[in-house]
Design a protein around this ligand. Sequence first.
Ligand SMILES: [Zn+2]
Ligand SMILES: [Zn+2]
Length: 369
Amino acid sequence: MRRMVMFLIALSVGALQSMTSAQTNRLQIHFMDVGQGDGAILIAPTGETVLFDNGLLNHCSQQLTYLQSVGVTTIDYQIISHYHADHFGCTTEVLSRFPLQKASLDRGGSYASGTFNAYVTKVGAKRQTAQDGETITLNSTPPVIVRIVALNGNGVTTDNENDESVVALVSYGNFRAEIGGDLSGFADNSYADIETSVAPKVGQVDVYKVHHHGSRYSTNTAWLQAINPRVAVVSTGNGNTFGHPTQECMERLHNAGVKMYWTEAGNGVPPEDGVDVVGGNIIVEVPQQANRYTVRTTAGTPTTTQFDTWLTASGTPTPTPTPTGFAWSKRSNIYHVSTCRFVTTISPDNLQTGSTPPSGKTLHKDCPK
Ligand SMILES: [Zn+2]
Ligand SMILES: [Zn+2]
């Protein structure tokens, strides 16, 4: 087993912290519930903002309300992953309300659509073609660094727009997150495998924004092994016509033991009870100088869960902990190998562990998994 289950602490969410785009002592990444599309806002400890995609054409009201509710007043940088209307269809609405200050980075080139034309018109002279290896540094201590690690297929020839997605890696102290639009991981049905070549440029991450809303063509096994995410966020919309997220993609993530957060239940494979959290807006917060972060949800019964970061201060991966034994809920008649992903769903109040199996309980049928 390649990882030990780490110390999930379900915290009470009685007091949701109020957030403003003034200075804070933490990094926030809000994966907004934008329906069938992508839209995430990074708020640096300095209050600076980076918008990663802005949502689906003609479905912009949720993110306008949300951005205002978290205190955003302006967008410093916008990064557009690719030119599908579910990723940059709200450029006009969002930037009219929250003016762009510095630059909008995209994959360059052109695209035959009215949505693309509206984007180019709105960002005007602030449009910039992203460069592989380019960084945006937000000057907190430690700095928030957004590094562009791939775009336009990363050297693989393709004319599938999803394959061309701009891939960004966010770093803050020991925390890493990857946001890569609709990048593909399978050479099939007009898609190309881009993920495999990008993986070494990303390395291990704490949080992965699942590519392409959980399409079967995203998130291949080599990619997952390389980036080894602790938490993954699927941005999916109820009633989408693509069957997202797909069973194939969710199974790969489940089998890798990744803790899953979905913005909505989508219209593909249903969320798995006790494993997939359907949470509306999914908010990742990383305190300054901390080796941990929290993931907070806003829909249904809001939850906050704490995770430890994967990386040491030197940026090298922490050795994968070896399983120490077994874990179980004192309220249940089954027990788990401690690496089993279901251990993460046991309330800390009920969690018990041991180096030998508990007496009188039976091993969970899916363990170790
Ligand atoms: Zn796309
Ligand atoms: Zn998309």
